[in-house]
Design a binder for this molecule. Structure first.
Ligand code: S3P
Length: 441
């Protein structure tokens, strides 16, 4: 389905609540399945990716109940050794998180399994998990020999390792930590900078022995011990709103003059909230209200007021893993700032659901915004208050974050601006009601 969006000529006002966090929703099902007892989850993200995770665990004998609107989930955990050999190939759909984290778990089972996904997943790099898991003793191979899915996994007895990862990736880290639960001895991952730590927080809450240390050079070292038992949480696990989804409204409010909005109940875990740091460094007026803890995650309502004179900035280094999924929409906001915005150290963007550097630069140029692709990021020439978004057709490459980014940028156009999004329905991967919620503001 294609969709055409037009400029809005009035400010965005009001309050919006975004769906549950994608990363936390995936982990609630995976670790709920491996826990002893029943895990109740509310605020679950009913996007296609998290439903893929549920479907995979059901195929391994886990009883999972879903409410009608698919935002409440009950997982009847069978303990760390309770998974059964799946009767068929596990289909991870479009979800990198499902593919990689599940591979870590499957590597340690006493059965064989095969795992695949859609066209995009079959092109995404899996060597990054195959290498460390193999070092732990796993037998994991790419069926087509191209280091991508489909993957064949012969479950094995694993042993702990110390793995120095070349990338700050929570998917790589979590795959190793999940395998580490089963491994003999301790398993340590060192990453160049701390990536999102939802796995660590949830594992700790369920009783695993896990610790994190920031090394003097800024790298993060996470160690998990062998684990015989995880215990389902006594309280309901309330998934906070996804800051990666909130990002589109925060950004829209910064692009449309006069806007003043509140996004309620958003997870602001500091390993995820880099977008707030980046926008504040551009001069944005963003405040946090009603700060609280929800289980082991930090939550707040985010108020954003359109700010005159937003200026370009440089985004790189340890901030990148804290806003990796938000970089496309940050690039869109940069178009409306004064001066250049430089995004660097972000080569990981090339191996997301699409090559988000190439696709963003192409899309920005299509809409009349000067942007330059670099080796590890991009440079966006901000137009300031004079921002003119031209009409054009955007190939989303079926990447949900690209579709939502250009839907937001279209709002900054004039009455005659028409931005046509190809395959606009790909947003259902992470935010099925996105266009309706955007319209509500
Ligand atoms: C995720 C980690 C990130 C992120 C993805 C979700 C996770 O990927 O881009 O959307 O839930 O662990 P990488 O670990 O590959 O950076």
């Amino acid at each position: 389905m294609d969709k055409t969006l037009k400029g809005v000529l009035r400010p965005l006002k009001g309050t919006v609540k975004v769906p549950g966090d994608k990363s936390i929703s995936h982990r609630s099902v995976m670790l709920g399945a491996l826990s002893e007892g029943t895990t109740h989850v509310t605020g679950f993200l009913n996007g296609a990716d998290c439903l893929s995770t549920i479907s995979c665990f059901r195929k391994m004998g886990i009883d999972i109940e879903l409410s009608e609107d698919e935002t409440e989930v009950t997982i009847h955990g069978k303990g760390i050794r309770g998974l059964q050999k799946p009767s068929e190939i596990l289909d991870c759909g479009n979800s990198g998180t499902t593919t990689r984290l599940l591979s870590g778990i499957l590597s340690a089972q006493d059965f064989d399994s095969e795992l695949t996904g859609d066209e995009s997943i079959q092109k995404r790099p899996m060597k990054r998990i195959m290498k460390p898991l193999s070092e732990m003793g796993a037998e994991i191979s790419s069926i087509r020999g191209n280091d991508c899915a489909p993957l064949l996994i012969h479950g094995q007895k694993l042993h702990g390792i110390r793995y120095v990862s070349p990338v700050a990736s929570a998917q790589v880290k979590s795959a190793i930590l999940f395998a580490g639960l089963y491994a003999e001895g301790d398993t340590t991952v060192v990453e160049p900078a701390l990536s999102r730590d939802h796995s660590e927080r949830m594992l700790k809450a369920l009783g695993a022995d896990i610790s994190t240390r920031i090394l003097p050079d800024g790298r993060a070292e996470i160690t998990v011990s062998h684990c015989d038992k995880l215990s389902a949480p006594k309280e309901t696990l309330e998934v906070p709103g996804d800051i990666s989804s909130a990002a589109y409204f925060i950004s829209a409010a910064l692009l449309v003059p006069g806007s003043d909005i509140v996004v309620q109940n958003v997870g602001i875990n500091e390993t995820r909230a880099g977008i707030l740091t980046a926008y504040r460094s551009m001069g944005a007026d963003i405040t946090l209200e009603n700060r609280r803890m929800s289980g082991s995650e930090d939550v707040a309502d985010i108020r954003v007021r359109f700010t005159e004179g937003l200026h370009g900035t440089e985004i790189g280094g340890a901030l990148i893993p804290q806003l990796i999924d938000e970089l496309p929409v940050i690039a869109a906001v940069a178009a409306g700032a004064e001066g250049d915005t430089v995004i660097k150290d972000a080569a990981e963007l090339k191996v997301k659901e699409s090559n988000r550097i190439a696709v963003m630069v192409d899309g920005l140029k299509t809409l009349g915004i000067e942007a330059l692709e670099t080796e590890d990021g991009m440079v966006i020439k901000g137009q300031g208050r004079g921002l003119k978004v031209q009409s054009g057709e955007i190939d989303t490459h079926k990447d949900h974050r690209i579709a939502m980014t250009f839907a937001v940028l279209a709002l900054a156009g004039s009455e005659s601006t028409e931005v046509k999004l190809l395959d606009a329905d790909c947003i259902s991967i992470s935010y099925p009601g996105f266009y309706e919620d955007l319209a509500s503001l």
